[in-house]
Design a binder for this molecule. Structure first.
Ligand code: 5AD
Ligand code: SF4
Length: 478
C-alpha cells in the first residue's frame, strides 16, 4: 500500500480509494470467519460530535461494515469523545476499561478513539500508556480519514495515531449516515476563536473557519431531496459565520439563502454567542416562516466580575438588553442557555446576580454545569478556586430556580395549537408519538408511526413540567 502510486493525493478521492481498499480487507476477513463484520459508534458530547459520528458511520457503512446495537459485540468499536468537562474524560476511561474486560478473547476486535479528548496531549499520553489495546487514535481535524487509518492499522498491526494540531482544510462530500431521515445537522463552521477562559474547545477544535456558502447550500439541497425537513446549522459561534471567506456573507445572509431551499420547513442553529448576535439576525428570524422560534444563548454567568474573568466580552446589562430585544421583536421566542457554577472567584453574591438574570430573562430551559478545571486554559491557574461544598450548594440553588422558571414558561402554552415535527414513537408508551414544537419543547400525543417525519398540528393539553401531553388536530399536508 505504501508504495502504491495510484493512491490519489487530493481529497475526497483519496478517502474513496481507502474506503474501497478497506472494503476488500473486510471481505477477505469475512470470508475467513464466515460472518459479517460489525461496527458500533459511541458518541459523547455535543451536536458537533453527533454530526461527526454520522460521517464516521457513513464511512464504515461504505466500507461495508454492518451496524450493531451492542457495543461489546462489535468487531470495530469507535468512541467519538468529548473533553469539555473532566467527567466526559472519565466516562471514556470507564467505558474503555469495561470494554476491555468484557471481551478479552476478541483479539481481532478494533478499538478506535477520536474526537476532542484525543486533541488533549495529557489524555493522549494516558491512553497510550494505560490503554495499549486501543488500535486507532485520531482527532477532530481528520474525521474524514477513518478509512485510510483502518487500512494503515491493518497493514502495520500497531496502534496508529494521527492527530493534527490544527488545519485549514475542510473536506467535502464524505459519506454520512443520518440518524433521523427527516432532520439533519449541517456544519457551517468549525473551531472557535473566542478563548473563553474556562474553555478547552479552541485548543481541541482549532481556529474558526467557515464552510463556503455554496457547499452548505448544496448539502442542504441534497438533504431536502432526500426527505429532510429540518436542518440544524452547527458551529461553536454561528454568529461569526463568514469571517475569513472570500465572499462577503454573514450568518444572517446565510440564513436568507438557506430559507430559499425548497422542502426545508424548519431551520435551527446552535450556538449563538451573545457578543456577536446582530440586529440583522433578529430581523431575519422575525421575517422567516422557517427559522424556529428558539435561540440558545449561553449566559455562563450573570455577574459582571465573573463574565470579565471568563473573557465573555459582554456585561449582564448588554445581555439583558439583547434578551429583551429578542423577546420584543419575536414574542413567541424560546430562549435557552448554559450556566457555569463555581468559576474561580465566584461568591454566593455573584450567583445571586446569575439568578437575577434567570428571573429577568425567563429562560425556557437551561443547562447548568459545575465549573471543571481544564488544563492549560487561563482559568485553571486563577486564584480562588471554589470549594466543592459551595459548588454543590450554589448549583442546587440555580438548578431549582432554572427549573421553576422553565416550568412556568412551558405552562404558558397550555391550550395552544402548535406545529409539531413528529420524531419518534414514545419510548415508554408505543401508543404515543413524540415530537417537537418550533420552540424545541417536547410533546407526546396519540398517533401512529406513519406520522414520523411529518409536521402536524397538535393541541397542547396538559403541561407536565418540561413537556406536554397533546392531541393531534389534523394530519399535516406533508
Ligand atoms: N466547565 C464547566 N462547563 C463548561 N462549559 C465549557 N467549558 C466548561 C468548563 N470548563 C460549558 C459552557 C458551554 C457548554 C457547552 O459547556 O456552559 O456553553
Ligand atoms: Fe468555548 Fe467560548 Fe468558544 Fe463556546 S465560545 S466553544 S464557550 S471558547
Amino acid at each position: 500500500m505504501g508504495q502504491d502510486n495510484n493512491i490519489p493525493m487530493e481529497e475526497p478521492a483519496r478517502q474513496f480509494y481507502f474506503m474501497e481498499l478497506a472494503g476488500k480487507l473486510r471481505e477477505d476477513k469475512e470470508k475467513k470467519i464466515g460472518r459479517a463484520l460489525t461496527y458500533h459508534v459511541t458518541t459523547f458530547g455535543c451536536q458537533m460530535n453527533a454530526r461527526d459520528s454520522e460521517k464516521l458511520s457513513g464511512i464504515l457503512e461504505r466500507i461495508g461494515y454492518t451496524c450493531t446495537e451492542r457495543e461489546e459485540d462489535a468487531d470495530l468499536v469507535l468512541f467519538n469523545t468529548c473533553t469539555i468537562r473532566d467527567n466526559a474524560d472519565q466516562k471514556v476511561y470507564g467505558r474503555l476499561g469495561y470494554l476491555h474486560g468484557k471481551n478479552q478473547n476478541k483479539k481481532e476486535r478494533i478499538i478506535a478513539l477520536c474526537g476532542c479528548m484525543m486533541q488533549e496531549p495529557s489524555a493522549l499520553e494516558k491512553i497510550k500508556k494505560s490503554y495499549p489495546f486501543v488500535n486507532i487514535i485520531f482527532g477532530t481535524h481528520n474525521v474524514y480519514k477513518l478509512a485510510e487509518l483502518i487500512c494503515i492499522q491493518a497493514e502495520s498491526g500497531h496502534m496508529v495515531i494521527d492527530i493534527l494540531k490544527d488545519t485549514d482544510l475542510i473536506v467535502e462530500d464524505i459519506p454520512n449516515l443520518r440518524k433521523y431521515p427527516f432532520k439533519s445537522g449541517v456544519n457551517i463552521m468549525f473551531g472557535c476563536n473566542n478563548f473563553c477562559s474556562y474553555c478547552i474547545v479552541p485548543y481541541v477544535r482549532g481556529r474558526e473557519r467557515s464552510r463556503e456558502p455554496r457547499e452548505i447550500l448544496r448539502e442542504i439541497e441534497r438533504l431536502s431531496e432526500d426527505g429532510v425537513k429540518e436542518v440544524m446549522l452547527l458551529g461553536q459561534n454561528v454568529n461569526s459565520y463568514g469571517r475569513g471567506l472570500s465572499e462577503d456573507i454573514d450568518f444572517s445572509g446565510l440564513l436568507r439563502e438557506v430559507e430559499k431551499v425548497e422542502g426545508i420547513e424548519r431551520i435551527r442553529f446552535m450556538t449563538s454567542h451573545p457578543k456577536d448576535l446582530s440586529d440583522d439576525l433578529i430581523n431575519v428570524m422575525k421575517e422567516s416562516n422557517k427559522i424556529c422560534r428558539h435561540i440558545h444563548l449561553p449566559l455562563q454567568s450573570g455577574s459582571n466580575k465573573i463574565l470579565k474573568r471568563m473573557n465573555r466580552s459582554y456585561t449582564r446589562e448588554q445581555y439583558l438588553l439583547l434578551a429583551q430585544k429578542l423577546k420584543r421583536e419575536i414574542p413567541d421566542i424560546a430562549i435557552t442557555t448554559d450556566i457555569i457554577i463555581g468559576f474561580p472567584g465566584e461568591t454566593p453574591e455573584d450567583v445571586d446576580d446569575t439568578i437575577d438574570v434567570i428571573n429577568k430573562v425567563g429562560y425556557d430551559g437551561a443547562f447548568t454545569f459545575i465549573y471543571s478545571k481544564r488544563s492549560n486554559t487561563p482559568a485553571a491557574d486563577m486564584p480562588d478556586q471554589v470549594s466543592e461544598e459551595q459548588n454543590k450548594r450554589e448549583f442546587d440553588r440555580v438548578l431549582k430556580r432554572v427549573q421553576e422558571v422553565a416550568r412556568e414558561r412551558a405552562a404558558l402554552r397550555t391550550g395552544r395549537i402548535e406545529k409539531v415535527l413528529v420524531e419518534e414513537i414514545n419510548s415508554n408508551d408505543p401508543g404515543l408519538m413524540t415530537g417537537r414544537l418550533s420552540s424545541n419543547l417536547v410533546v407526546h400525543f396519540k398517533g401512529d408511526e406513519s406520522l414520523i417525519g411529518q409536521i402536524v398540528d397538535v393541541k397542547l393539553k396538559e403541561c407536565k413540567n418540561f413537556y406536554y401531553i397533546g392531541e393531534m388536530i389534523q394530519e399535516g399536508k406533508n
